[in-house]
Design a protein around this ligand. Structure first.
Ligand code: ATP
Length: 244
């Protein structure tokens, strides 16, 4: 059984416009999966549908089902989904800029366990992102773009997710930093078994770390397969990898 399944999901922002048109996809337990596609293809809408962030009257599911850990999560609100182990790192990071990384992590800690658990989770997050640990007491607004992205991911880890969804973590970052962050994401996946659903326009970087990917165009899944198979595909090479 998949950890997450979308079955023929249609989402509309108004009466006529369907932003995603019958999307089906699966994320297996422990897998790393990417959704690739151009601007406006429907990638962010798909993630927001999964995390429940779209207001019911805008971005309503017209058809289909989202199943997480075997349960139809349609009726659950976003905090309930986070408690089930589903966390979404939004595009643009959205950290608390006036707080330090320490306080950002504390704010994200759900607090259902003892304070000592918070300390353990924070130390674990800093172990993945040593660069962030060095700046743990600087206001987050003064961190570089890459460090802010690291903080956004570290904050998501405080909820102890089973599935972490990342919307364009590479946005605005230099290639060397994209490489560093993607490699840390892979390490988190391998050491903790956390599943990852990654939305990216940077197909090349994404296909280097994921197991499986879906290509979204105009609200439709037009292709899916193993990262290796997609990298070999001539259409993918031409349209997504810039000619090979
Ligand atoms: P990007 O990388 O630019 O975020 P995307 O693949 O994530 O692109 P979406 O943001 O999901 O694409 O957008 C899919 C379609 O839905 C686009 O045509 C977009 O204009 C439209 N759309 C997105 N958000 C809204 C909204 N709040 N209201 C109306 N239409 C929207």
């Amino acid at each position: 059984m998949s950890l997450l399944s979308l079955n023929n999901v249609e989402v509309a922002y108004d009466k006529v416009f369907l932003a995603i048109k019958g999307v089906s996809l699966d994320v297996e337990e422990g897998a790393m999966v990417a959704i690739l596609g151009a601007n406006g293809a429907g990638k962010s809408t798909t993630l927001k549908t999964i995390s429940g962030l779209l207001a019911p009257e805008r971005g309503a599911i017209r058809r289909g089902q989202v199943t997480f850990r075997g349960e139809d999560i349609g009726p659950h609100n976003p905090p309930q989904r986070v408690r089930m182990g589903l966390v979404h790192v939004l595009e643009g990071r959205r950290i608390f800029e006036h707080l330090t990384p320490d306080d950002n992590l504390l704010a994200a800690y759900p607090g259902r366990h003892a304070k000592s658990r918070y300390g353990d989770l924070r130390d674990q997050a800093y172990a993945y992102f040593p660069r962030l640990a060095e700046r743990s007491r600087t206001k987050a607004g003064y961190l570089s773009g890459g460090e802010q992205q690291m903080l956004a991911i570290a904050r998501a880890l405080m909820t102890e997710p089973r599935l972490i969804m990342l919307d364009e973590p590479s946005l605005g970052l230099a290639p060397v930093l994209v490489k560093e962050i993607f490699s840390i994401i892979r390490t988190i996946n391998q050491t903790q078994g956390t599943s990852v659903l990654l939305v990216e326009q940077n197909a090349r970087a994404a296909l280097d770390i994921v197991d499986h990917a879906y290509l979204l165009e105009n609200g439709h899944v037009v292709m899916s397969g193993s990262a290796e198979a997609l990298k070999q595909n001539p259409d993918v090479q031409e349209f997504y990898l810039g000619g090979g």
